[in-house]
Design a protein around this ligand. Structure first.
Ligand code: TRP
Length: 333
């Protein structure tokens, strides 16, 4: 059987957090054993809403590489690449732009939410509005058929597949491939403040690179059940972020079940549950942080991994670009 091809990635606007870990990193770590996996640092896409701050995007490229490698993405199994160094991608984007209406872009739910979040309603930069097209270029350039991402990215894949179908139909070809999104069962992690989503811009994230002290501080301030005031009061487990995280990260389900039972009955204080969560999180994050320290000391090696992967990706993406140009009568000899 032919191996599935994965293209996935993240914007380098900051270090990665637990939401990324649950939503997509875990799947990528699993899938790298059986699939051909490309992981992209999407710096061009990051610029679409950080164009005033290119240095920030530049500096976060290496941070994201440290995150990837420290959680266990293995350069022997996964090819890493830097989007801005692959000129086939903006070129494909330009050709795909003809196949998408502005109205369709404005209806993209992910873009819509982000525009609201960033207060861009009055004047939307064209680059930002069009980033789903650039993401379609990313995915199709690798002929990826599988995209492991968080749930918020599904509209991007839908839009990619619309482009694939239009392109193949218009130019009477089958060179572009439709992709399937892969979202884990428990894909979304609430923010530490109890908001539905963990996000850098929401200020409620726990980063993979946070120090033990910072993790402790953030856990202490975490959202629980606002109605649970005295230790002896019965507390709610549903909608309680601390228990949500225990469900996501604690291995000992028996302990979690007994904590839940005690909490609901009354007589278990928030601090006790938080201390247990802290233990669980530190146990998980400690090896990641240790590995990160080593990686940071070997910045040149890490850069080499990224550049070598990008070189490999260059060949793959140029090949697709040539096929696209061929059917569009753009090859001149
Ligand atoms: N949109 C993704 C994010 O916001 C990043 C990304 C860019 C991506 N290109 C991609 C994800 C291709 C999956 C596939 O983090």
């Amino acid at each position: 059987m032919k191996k599935e091809i994965i293209l996935t990635g993240d914007r380098p606007t900051g270090p990665l957090h637990l939401g990324h870990y649950v939503g997509s990193l875990k799947n990528r770590i699993l899938l790298q054993d059986t699939c051909e996996q490309f992981v992209m640092i999407a710096d061009i896409q990051a610029l679409t809403d950080n164009f005033e701050n290119p240095k920030k995007v530049h500096d976060n490229v290496m941070q994201v590489m440290y995150d990837y490698l420290s959680v266990g993405l293995d350069p022997k199994k996964t090819t890493f690449l830097l989007q801005s160094q692959l000129s086939a991608l903006p070129e494909l984007t330009m050709y795909y732009m003809n196949l998408v209406t502005v109205a369709r872009l404005e209806r993209n739910p992910t873009v819509k939410t982000e525009i609201k979040q960033k207060g861009m309603e009055k004047s939307i930069p064209a680059g930002f509005l069009c980033y789903p097209i650039s993401q379609a270029a990313d995915i199709t350039a690798f002929k990826a058929n599988l995209v492991p991402v968080g749930e918020d990215q599904l509209p991007m894949i839908e839009q990619t597949n619309e482009i694939v179908r239009s392109f193949n139909r218009l130019y009477k070809t089958d060179i572009l491939v439709e992709a399937k999104g892969l979202v884990p069962q428990c894909a979304r992690l609430s923010g530490m403040d109890g908001q539905a989503k963990m996000g850098k811009s929401l200020g409620n994230a726990l980063y993979l690179s946070d120090s033990a002290d910072l993790v402790a501080k953030k856990v202490k301030a975490m959202y629980t059940d606002p109605g649970h005031i005295r230790v002896e009061d019965p507390g709610k487990v549903e909608g309680n972020t601390v228990f949500e995280y225990l469900d996501a990260f604690a291995h000992d389900k028996v302990v979690v079940a007994s904590l839940k039972e005690q909490y609901q009955r009354g007589g278990l204080g928030d601090m006790k549950v938080k201390n247990y969560l802290l233990e669980v999180l530190l146990e998980m994050l400690e090896p990641i942080r240790a590995s990160r320290v080593l990686l940071e000391q070997n910045q040149d090696e890490v850069k080499k991994i990224l550049f070598a992967g990008t070189q490999q990706a260059h060949e793959v993406t140029q090949k697709t670009l040539n096929e696209v140009k061929e059917v569009m009568h753009l090859i001149w000899k």
